[in-house]
Design a protein around this ligand. Structure first.
Ligand SMILES: NC(=O)c1ccc[n+]([C@@H]2O[C@H](COP(=O)([O-])OP(=O)(O)OC[C@H]3O[C@@H](n4cnc5c(N)ncnc54)[C@H](O)[C@@H]3O)[C@@H](O)[C@H]2O)c1
Ligand SMILES: O=C(O)C(=O)C[C@]1(C(=O)O)C=C[C@@H](O)C=C1
Length: 375
């Protein structure tokens, strides 16, 4: 079923890649289609089956050479899948997971690309699907559908992986490698941390774009005067309304908090109109932050402070370690599985601040873990 070849990953390290004999992409649209094309172009699979509720989407995907075979309903045929990628709208993810689960091979790697992670992570846990690694590539477009799919969309994107306490280290490790083989940069964090962060960087900007477009809709002269600045700030308002609505509603708790912060920011900025020096400071900070965004600089991930932890071969090790550090308010920005041996393995934790490394090491040693700082 699987063979290994040894391409070089985007950090220049030789890494064995996994060949997935049969891949199922459920939801053959913009993101599902892009994953399928990436797998094909990088020779990571022999056969791709598209599963979609829309016969038209499947026909288009076949015609474009994105998939080899089309299916409109689940069934025994799914047992042949070595990798299953769920790429349907957020609201359809959990019902689809439920429909697929009885047919999945226990060795298959399962992932999804949905924009909200706590709900789908919980759904797969409840279904006791073992090798499920929730994911979210931080890239996309306001133009959906397979005709806009491209392997290049995923290249250099940060791809968040949100394992739960039950995700096996081996599954996380396979998923990390797959993301790297697709040219993206994996970043591991708990599902709730992901949802809280995307509320600010993705879901709030979507609501802000709606608010701005609604203001323009009131007066035709405004739309005539709207130039590049307005266009750039409101691009995401052109996305599919139903899909976008469902995405923000699914994350409404975190989004409400982000909205409150945004309203406080706007109120503060309104006050600085009477204090030009303060407004200049805010504008300079805004420029600095925006100019240094990795997506603007086209750089990969920001620097992190690393701690390597030896983990015994027991269940729930990621959960135990993240809980110990979470209780001490130490933020884990990334987790990488460095090695898996019969009697245990090692993971690298990417921490937010230099001082966190010593604090985390002390806490973990206190709980019986062996640690090593990595410069
Ligand atoms: N568009 C983006 O920028 C972006 C970025 C990252 C992640 N995502 C996530 O990726 C997922 C897919 O988004 P997209 O932009 O590729 O959407 P899309 O509309 O391009 O594709 C979705 C596909 O899913 C199919 N589908 C819908 N309901 C289904 C069901 N119940 N069963 C089977 N097929 C079904 C549709 O027919 C369509 O072909 C979403 O969960 C979204 O949150 C989107
Ligand atoms: O349109 C784009 O460029 C996007 O990257 C879309 C975007 C975003 O808000 O950044 C939208 C939703 C997804 O979950 C991820 C990415």
């Amino acid at each position: 079923m699987r063979a290994a070849n040894t391409p070089v990953n985007n950090q220049g390290k030789a890494q064995p890649s996994e060949l997935f004999g049969t891949v199922v992409v459920a939801g053959v649209g913009l993101i599902g289609g892009s994953v399928a094309l990436g797998l094909r172009e990088r020779l990571l699979t022999r056969h791709i089956i598209g599963l979609d509720a829309s016969a038209a989407a499947l026909e288009e995907a076949l015609a474009l050479g994105v998939i080899d075979e089309a299916r409109t309903s689940v069934g025994e045929w799914l047992r042949a899948a070595d990798l299953v990628v769920l790429a349907v709208p957020v609201k359809a993810l959990s019902p689809l997971a439920q429909a697929l689960a009885p047919y999945l091979s226990p060795s298959a790697l399962i992932t999804d690309v949905g924009s909200v992670k706590t709900s789908i992570a919980a759904a797969f846990e409840a279904l006791s699907v073992r090798n499920f690694v929730p994911g979210h590539p931080m890239t996309g477009s306001e133009r959906g559908g397979v005709s806009n799919a491209s392997a290049a969309l995923l290249e250099n994107a940060v791809w968040v992986l949100t394992p739960t306490e039950r995700t096996p280290l081996t599954a996380l490790s396979r998923m990390r490698r797959l993301v790297e083989q697709l040219g993206a940069a994996p970043l591991v964090m708990p599902p709730d941390a992901h949802d809280s962060l995307v509320a600010t960087v993705s879901h709030l900007p979507y609501l802000a774009s709606l608010a701005l477009t609604h203001m323009v809709a009131r007066d035709e002269r405004l739309s005539l005067l709207a130039a590049g600045g307005f266009r750039d700030l409101t691009r995401v308002a052109s996305g599919d309304p139903r899909m976008s609505r469902d995405m923000v509603v699914e994350n409404k708790l975190a989004l409400r908090e982000a909205l409150s912060s945004f309203l406080r920011q706007l109120t503060h900025l309104a006050e600085t109109l009477d204090d030009p020096e303060e407004l200049l400071a805010a504008a300079s900070e805004g420029k600095r932050t925006r100019d240094n965004l990795p997506v603007v600089k086209r750089s990969l991930l920001p620097p992190k402070y690393d701690l390597v932890v030896a983990v015994p071969d027991k269940p729930n090790q990621i959960g135990a370690i993240t809980r110990i550090l979470g209780e001490a308010s130490i933020n884990i920005k990334d987790i990488e599985v460095l090695a898996i041996r019969e009697h245990g393995g090692a993971i690298r934790l990417g921490l937010e601040e230099a001082g966190d490394v010593d604090r985390a090491a002390e806490l973990l040693r206190g709980e019986g873990y062996m640690t090593r700082n990595r410069g």
